[in-house]
Structures are given as structure tokens and as C-alpha cells.
Write a protein that binds this ligand. Structure first.
Ligand code: FHN
Length: 622
């Protein structure tokens, strides 16, 4: 791409230029009367832009999102509120063209209905969300049981909902709204009052910024984007950045590349290492960000290789559309939540406030109904902090989640005899229907568990039967220190390693510009890890490698994964019976041929939630 700079180069440019007291902006027409001076002023104010790590020796994998303290709240909370709100909300989903015809859409209405920029600016000038009530919004989320909120800070139309200084295309500078108000500051205060985390959606794709569509000036756009993200962090300390608009498309052309995602992710983590970042920071892959983003769909099983969150509309549109009455039922919405939690996922359920800033009553009613189920009978134990059971298969009559050594069978189709398929040995010490005194018998014959409630269901959405189980004792944590790492400044891993050092975990995301060691160029290298893997349970483990480029895995001298062809980020998995406490020999070979390099070793088992294999369970070669 002409004039494009990659990853760390750009970051250096952003830091250098800002530190030099200003970055040349692009004077633009319209509300973006972002004269160079204003851009420079706005960006020069960021003269302490963090300088993210980059270059040889950089590992962009900052931790294991499956187990990091940083993501613990996200993995426990399970249920969030998505909010799509902006100028498009003012149109309520319908645009009447000058010729009298009408066109319908929601947050894409400017592009899909061909609204000229000057006309859209006139519409924006009338936008006045005077009824935006942050406390009411936070209370609605709380009553629903939604533990975090992700609100659109800037959607594809480029319009910012906070008083950004990077341009004038925002709620403060281009609307009929009270210029003394800052709805994000109000929402930050309200969510804190109600114990709800706040995050921001931010669209990379920008229909408004002239530099976005110009390959020669895309970096100028990126500098503005970086500056806006820093404004959001400095002003509101978000817990989540939910990026979007990363896909290749036109009108305008979207030149976003995986290299851009590498730089953006590093930059956001340098702004605040605690922020949870979704995979649309890059190209929506397993090696991008912390969380996967299935949209309007629910994976049928736990996702291998990445935390995940299903985002979904509560009717049929993200932004407000007065004509959209495709409201999902409270039963379906609640069962979606329970099913998602039983597969170790999060549910980000959307509301689209209208042009005045109010959440439609139909949404409020459905969210309250979901909260009612969660509050009843302690049902929330089946969701918050719960995940895939591991030791039983998902039944047809409902779903099963697990917290510690309690299973929560959420029964959609009640019956006096409910069977489960056991996937590993475990005992049963008790069972109870939440909210009922009825007797429940649970028995096991082979791999069939039979649950026999004696009474009636307690709830039309889902009745929950808690079952206390006793899995086989696990071996104590190991005393491992990691695998022996051999790193080569060549692509074939031949000869003497350039660098040898202990690898506490196999959790490497070198991407384009990183490498195993400062002495190894990122243009091409090879790596080998040898040693022993020690499980804590005697059961069948799913051992997975998440790699970009090539991978070979041996366990007990048997080649079990072999993909020696240069590939993009993919996960390979193998089921292997392992013995608790026993040290199983392991060897992993990878090489970087081109593009980006990633190498992660994960495992899961009926009693081991998915994670990067921990250091305590890895031992160096002899
Ligand atoms: O184009 C957007 C769309 O408007 C909406 O924001 C959804 C929400 O995830 N994301 C994009 C479509 O994938």
C-alpha cells in the first residue's frame, strides 16, 4: 500500500511526532473543520503517548486471557449490555429522500440510503439526546443482570459521542445537545454507582475522515484514531475496547491490515494493560486480541483457542429503528444467556436508544424479565462464574454449566427422568431443584447419569437442578519451571541454537515484528521446545497448538500434530489420554517462514478448563 507504514514503525512515528509537539493533520471540510493547527494541538497534547514494545525480542502475548487476573471479571460476569447510539438514532431507521421515497436502515443508514455528507451533517445538527439518562441506563442493565456496558463511542459514520478534540464531528461540537454535558462522563459515574463496568465500541472503518480512504494519508487517520483512543482512556478509564469495522470493504475502501492490528493492539495495551480487547482489533482471528466475537450466533460448543462473546440484537437492528418490531422473546433471550454460559461464553445483548437517548420500552421489558430469572431461586449461579461442565455432554432437554464441583442443569423441557452422558468418572453427593423442596434422585450407570425430579418445574424459562459431584482427586500442582527453549536465527532449526533459554509457558505471539530474542530478526526464525508435560488428572486431555506458520508436536515421542506448511493463525487439537502426576515427554517445533508467527500450547480436560499449559506442569528436558 503506498505510503503505508506497518506496526511498530507507525507507532514510533506517532510517538516521535507527538513528542515533537504536533502531528501534521489534514485540514478537512465540514464539521471536521479540523485545521492542521487544531489537529496538531489536539494530538500534541498527547505528548506522552506510550511507546509500546515492538521489534525483535517482543512477545505480544501479554498473558493467558483464560486465566489472567486482568480478565477474571470478564470471565465471571458473562452478561453485558451493548449500546448502539449515534446520529443515526435520530433518524429512527428511516430516511425520506428529496424525491419523496423513503429508505430504511439503522446505524448504516447514511451509507445504505446514500445520504450526502452535507445532508447527514444537517441531520446531526438536529441531534439532541436530551433525555439520555445515564442512571436509568445503568439501572436497566443492573436489573437485567448485565454486569458491563459497551457503548458505541464512534461508529462507522465517524461521529464521536464524547467531546473529542481531534475533530469537530462529535456530539459536543455538532449537534443541538447541551454543550455542557458529556454523556460518557455521566455514564461513567452512573455505572460506577451501580457497580457496572464500562467499555467502548470503536469503529476502525470511518466514512467521514477524508484521510481514511486515501492510502497515502491512512497513517494520518490512524494517528487521529490513536489520539481518540487515548482521549477515551484518559477521560473514562474503560475496561473494554470493542473494535469493529476491520473487514476489507468499500465505500470507502477499508485498507485495515493485520499489521495495523498488531500496532493498534500494542498501543491500546500500552495505554492501559488491563483493558480487555476484542479480536476485531486485527482481523477477527484467534490470535487477535483477547476475545472472539461471534455475531448474531451462538457457537454450538466452547470455542477452542480464545475467550468468546456472542453479540446479539434484542430485535433485528443494532441502531434504533422505530419500524423494527422483531423483538426476541424473553424466553429465547434468557435461554441464549444460559446456553452461552454453559459453553464458557459471554452474552453482549444490544439496546438501541432512540434519538432522545431513551432505551425502547420493549427492550427494557425483556431485559427486566431476564433479570427476574437470574434473581429467582439463585438461578444466577448457573451463569455468573460458570462455564462448560467438562464432565458431561450437553443434553437435548437443556444445558449444563459448572462452577467448581457443582453442575447446574438448566432444564428447558422438564421430565421426571432426565439423562446425561458422563465424559469422565465422578461421584454424585447430592442434587436439588433450585427454589423447590421436591426430592431429586440422581444415579449413574456406566456413562449414563439419570436425574429423577419428583415434582414440577419451577420456571417456564428454565428450572435449575444443582448436582454436587466429586471428580477423582487431582494431583497436587507440579513443580515445573517450563520447557527447554532452543531458538534459531534460521528457518530450519538446524545447527546450534542461536539462543537457548527456559520457556515458562508456550505462549508466544510474535506477530510480524516480534521474535524469540532481541538477537533474532523477525524476518525468519525457528524454535523448538523440549521437556515434559505433567497433567493433574488421569483423563483424556485435548492438547491444542495455536500457531501461525508451521507446527509439529510430539507427545511421548509420537508425532501427534504435523502441519509443516506455512499457515495463518490456526488451532490444531489432539485428544490424548494422560496420567495424573506422570511426566509425558513433549517436543514442539515451529518456524517462521513469512508474515506473522504465533506459538501457543493449550490444554483442557473434563476437569481442566481451557488454558495455556501452566508453568507448574511443564519441565525442562533432561
Ligand atoms: O457494521 C457493524 C454493525 O453496524 C454493528 O455495529 C455490528 C455489531 O457487532 N458490527 C458490525 C457488523 O459486523
Amino acid at each position: 500500500m503506498i505510503g503505508r507504514s506497518w506496526g511498530s514503525t507507525l507507532l514510533a512515528v506517532v510517538v516521535t511526532a507527538a513528542l515533537a509537539g504536533g502531528i501534521p493533520g489534514q485540514s478537512q471540510t465540514g464539521p471536521n473543520q479540523t485545521g492542521a493547527a487544531q489537529t496538531e494541538t489536539a494530538l500534541a497534547g498527547h505528548d506522552h503517548l506510550p511507546k509500546p514494545p515492538s521489534g525483535p525480542g517482543t512477545n505480544y502475548a501479554v498473558d493467558d486471557p483464560f486465566t489472567a487476573q486482568r480478565t477474571q471479571w470478564w470471565r465471571d460476569d458473562r452478561f453485558g449490555m451493548f449500546i448502539h447510539f449515534g446520529v443515526y438514532s435520530h433518524l429512527a431507521g428511516e430516511y425520506r429522500r428529496p424525491d419523496g421515497t423513503t429508505c430504511r436502515d439503522a446505524e448504516w443508514i447514511k451509507r445504505q440510503c446514500g445520504i450526502p455528507q452535507d445532508e447527514y451533517e444537517r441531520i446531526a445538527a438536529r441531534f439532541n439526546p436530551a433525555d439520555f439518562d445515564a442512571d436509568a441506563i445503568a439501572r436497566t442493565a443492573k436489573e437485567a443482570g448485565q454486569k458491563y456496558i459497551v457503548i458505541t463511542s464512534k461508529h462507522h459514520d465517524g461521529y464521536a459521542l464524547w467531546p473529542t478534540k481531534v475533530n469537530r464531528w462529535n456530539l459536543r461540537d455538532h449537534s443541538s445537545f447541551d454543550k455542557r454535558r458529556d454523556i460518557f462522563a455521566e455514564l461513567k459515574a452512573a455505572t460506577e454507582r451501580h457497580g457496572i463496568k464500562l467499555g467502548f465500541y470503536y469503529s476502525i472503518w470511518d466514512w467521514n475522515d477524508r484521510d481514511f480512504a486515501d492510502p497515502a494519508r491512512f497513517d494520518t487517520y490512524k494517528r487521529r484514531m490513536y489520539a481518540q483512543l487515548k482521549e477515551l482512556v484518559d477521560r473514562y478509564r474503560p475496561k473494554v475496547f470493542w473494535f469493529d469495522g476491520e473487514w476489507s470493504t468499500d465505500r470507502p475502501n477499508n485498507p485495515w491490515l493485520t499489521q495495523d492490528g498488531e500496532g493498534l493492539e500494542a498501543y491500546v495495551r500500552a495505554l492501559d494493560p488491563n483493558i480487555v480487547v476484542n479480536n476485531r482489533v486485527g482481523k477477527r482471528r484467534l490470535s487477535d486480541g483477547d476475545t472472539g466475537t461471534p455475531e448474531q450466533t451462538i457457537p454450538a460448543a466452547p470455542v477452542n483457542g480464545q475467550l468468546w462473546e456472542s453479540c446479539m440484537t434484542i430485535n433485528g437492528t443494532w441502531g434504533h429503528a422505530a419500524w423494527d418490531n422483531r423483538w426476541k422473546s424473553p424466553v429465547d433471550l434468557t435461554r441464549n444467556l444460559i446456553s452461552i454460559a454453559s459453553r464458557s461464553g459471554n452474552y453482549l445483548l444490544n439496546v438501541g436508544p432512540d434519538g432522545s437517548g431513551r432505551i425502547p420500552q420493549e427492550s427494557v421489558d425483556r431485559l427486566r424479565a431476564m433479570g427476574d430469572w437470574l434473581r429467582q431461586n439463585g438461578h444466577s449461579d448457573a451463569v455468573y462464574g460458570a462455564g462448560t461442565p467438562g464432565i458431561v455432554a450437553e443434553p437435548k432437554w437443556g444445558v449444563v454449566s459448572r462452577r467448581g464441583n457443582t453442575l447446574y442443569a438448566s432444564v428447558y423441557q422438564w421430565d421426571s427422568s432426565l439423562t446425561l452422558k458422563a465424559l469422565s468418572p465422578f461421584g454424585i453427593t447430592g442434587a436439588r431443584v433450585l427454589g423447590s423442596e421436591q426430592r431429586v434422585d440422581v444415579s449413574r450407570a456406566g456413562d449414563t447419569v439419570t436425574i429423577s425430579p419428583s415434582g414440577q418445574p419451577t420456571n417456564a424459562v428454565a428450572s435449575v437442578i444443582a448436582i454436587d459431584v466429586t471428580p477423582p482427586a487431582e494431583a497436587p500442582p507440579g513443580t515445573g519451571t517450563g520447557l527447554t527453549g532452543s531458538y534459531f536465527a534460521n528457518r530450519n532449526g538446524g545447527g546450534t541454537p542461536t539462543v537457548s533459554k527456559l520457556a515458562p509457558q508456550i505462549n508466544f505471539n510474535w506477530k510480524y515484528t516480534g521474535s524469540p530474542d532481541p538477537g533474532i530478526l523477525y524476518s525468519g526464525f525457528a524454535a523448538r521446545w523440549n521437556g515434559f508435560l505433567q497433567p493433574r488428572h488421569t483423563e483424556t486431555y485435548q492438547i491444542s497448538t495455536l500457531t501461525s506458520n508451521t507446527v509439529r508436536l510430539w507427545i511421548d515421542d509420537k508425532l501427534v500434530i504435523d502441519d509443516w506448511v506455512d499457515h495463518g493463525p490456526v488451532i490444531h487439537s489432539i485428544s490424548v489420554p494422560l496420567v495424573a502426576g506422570q511426566r509425558h515427554k513433549i517436543r514442539i517445533d515451529v518456524k517462521k517462514e513469512s508474515n506473522e508467527a504465533t506459538a501457543k500450547l493449550l490444554w483442557s480436560s473434563p476437569n481442566t478448563p481451557q488454558q495455556i499449559v501452566p508453568v507448574t506442569q511443564l519441565y525442562p528436558a533432561g
